[in-house]
Ligand binder design. Structure first.
Ligand code: S3P
Length: 432
């Protein structure tokens, strides 16, 4: 894919797909509830298809009907042993959440992923599950893993790493576990799982104390099916927001965007950089904050973000780094250790690709420093993505300003935003 420079800005209303995190949960939780759930606006992407196929392979009936997904829930304990291994492609969320859920089922299952997912750490989820008596064999802490379903025992688990995937895996395991499981987190992570479990009638109690959040779940209470209307994805919106900010003569409006305070760091960070972003029509939908967003071209300032921001926007650093490359002063983003274990080593690829685009930047430890200037002396206009969708989209946005940039392995974008190229082009982009 080649992203070319544009002159007339990005304008209009992009069509943003459904939220990826909520889409996964909108398949998993209804599949183990009692009754029928209708899911609207689910993200149609490779990652989500893998979660759907996983549940179909465990005999959950899932139908497509007029743009809605109809899920016939089987209850907490009635999934069937899949005939074959479950293949999860590139999807870390599916892998961590399903490991939790399947460890409390009564059958054996095997989870596999693509090359990139197979390199990502799984012991962060299998270790706490082992404390609950789970029986899981990993391949040196990675996929493929073999889960021998067991009667789990409840435990009190403190989250060492701020990770919604780990928290969610444990919560899903506890649903089918007799007794009270407690999860304590010391840093904010996205809360879609607990929000949805409350709505589906789980016996869940959430307390916030000074520096921590404590979630108690009493297991083996059946869930009751509900319809879900998936809001649009803020992480996918970020690529449009930044393309409008950095390109002159731009003005866009994004509708029905999830503005969950546990993951809206990108909006706070860009506002700190002086971005002309207006959040309006704020409302609640299934207990998720939703809003519309207007964005105009802005001469951004650089900014310094401490590690707390990383917890609120870990997926958005690739596109934030692109924004910071066009600011009128330097930026420092601190505490990006987790970026190294995402769909790629994102810190490494941000540095490599920015440097190839002629941006002066460096990392010290886990901190990223960007020193923008008006001149971009491109050293190499081929962007290495290691099949990472967010690196590919971030540098496609970079291309709208300094292109042509050739984005390698751009089919990775299908992981979260299959229509990205068409939408950018519809609003004034020039990606071929
Ligand atoms: C996700 C959680 C985050 C995020 C990922 C989706 C989720 O990962 O990076 O894209 O849906 O729970 P961690 O919780 O591991 O940080």
């Amino acid at each position: 894919m080649i992203s070319n420079e544009i002159n007339n800005g990005i304008n209009g209303e992009p069509s943003i797909p459904g939220d990826k995190s909520i889409s996964h949960r909108s398949i998993i939780i209804p599949s183990i509830s009692n009754g029928i759930s209708e899911i609207s606006n689910i993200l149609k992407s490779d990652d989500v298809k893998h979660t759907i196929n996983a549940f179909k392979s465990m005999n959950v009936k899932i139908e497509q009907n007029n743009n809605k997904l109809i899920i016939y829930g089987k209850g907490l304990n009635s999934l069937n042993k899949p005939k074959d291994y479950i293949y999860l492609g590139n999807s870390g969320t599916s892998a961590r959440l399903l490991t939790g859920l399947l460890s409390s089922q009564k059958f054996e299952s095997i989870l596999k992923g693509d090359q990139s997912l197979t390199k990502r750490p799984m012991s962060r989820i299998t270790d706490p599950l082992t404390k609950m008596n789970a029986n899981i064999k990993t391949s040196k802490g990675k996929l493929p893993i073999k889960i021998t379903g067991a009667n789990l025992k409840p435990a009190s688990i403190e989250l060492k790493l701020p990770s919604a995937q780990i928290k969610s895996g444990i919560l899903l395991a506890s649903l089918n576990t007799l007794g009270k499981t407690r999860v304590t987190e010391f840093k904010v992570t996205r809360d879609h799982t607990e929000t949805m479990l409350e709505a589906f009638g789980a016996n869940i109690d959430i307390k916030k104390e000074e520096n921590k959040k404590i979630i108690n779940i009493v297991g083996q209470k059946e869930l009751i099916s509900k319809n879900v209307d998936v809001p649009n994805d803020l992480s996918s919106s970020a690529f449009f927001i930044v393309s409008a900010l950095i390109n002159n003569n731009s003005n866009i409006t994004l509708r029905n965007i999830n503005n969950n305070p546990t993951r809206n760091g990108i909006i706070l960070a860009l506002k700190k950089m002086g971005a002309k972003i207006l959040i309006f029509n704020e409302r609640l939908n299934n207990n998720e904050n939703i809003c519309d967003i207007k964005v105009e071209s802005t001469n951004l300032n650089g900014c310094e973000l401490n590690q707390d921001f990383a917890d609120l926007m870990i997926d958005e650093y690739p596109i934030l780094a692109v924004a910071a490359s066009f600011a009128n002063s330097p930026s420092v983003f601190r505490g990006l250790k987790e970026l190294r274990v995402k769909e790629s080593d994102r810190l490494k690829l941000i540095l490599l690709n920015l440097q190839n685009c002629g941006v002066n930047c460096k990392s010290i430890g886990d901190d990223l420093f960007i020193y923008p200037s008006n001149k971009f002396e491109i050293k190499k206009n081929i962007i290495k993505t290691d099949f990472d969708h967010r690196i590919a989209m971030a540098f496609a946005v970079m291309g709208t300003k300094i292109g042509p940039l050739e984005i390698e392995d751009s089919e990775a974008i299908n992981t979260s935003f299959p229509n990205f190229k068409n939408e950018i082009n519809r609003l004034g982009g020039n990606i071929s």
